[in-house]
Design a protein. Structure first.
Length: 123
């Protein structure tokens, strides 16, 4: 008999692969990969053609600690979204495709995406 944790992880992997299968159609555009845990959220812009990470930011970074202190998780996600948009614009990246992984598009993932759009990224 399989444990529930293994079943949950299988479902998560299946969801993430399904999302990546759909976004592989946009191979010319870098992907904005979002990873969410229970406490933190991180985002990175990845160029899959060259296999390089162009920029990355997380709630665990020291330079954003003062901006993130005292905020809710959704507010922190919005700060991360604005910061990843700023870093991507510095690298001359404006068009990306959102890779939400296993996470559904609501709550913190949606807050991050909306802030990235406001920051100048289009997806």
């Amino acid at each position: 008999m399989k444990s529930t944790t293994l079943l949950k992880n299988k479902r998560r992997d299946r969801r993430a692969k399904s999302v990546r299968r759909r976004i592989s159609k946009f191979s010319g555009r870098p992907r904005l990969s979002v990873h969410r845990t229970t406490k933190h959220i991180s985002a990175q812009v990845i160029d899959d053609v060259e296999g390089k990470t162009l920029c990355a930011v997380s709630t665990t970074s020291k330079k954003l600690a003062d901006q993130l202190s005292g905020k809710t998780k959704s507010e922190k996600a919005a700060v991360i979204g604005a910061e990843i948009a700023r870093l991507a614009k510095e690298k001359n990246v404006s068009d990306v495709v959102l890779d939400r992984g296993y996470a559904r598009y609501h709550g913190r993932v949606k807050a991050l995406a909306d802030a990235a759009r406001e920051g100048g990224l289009s997806f």
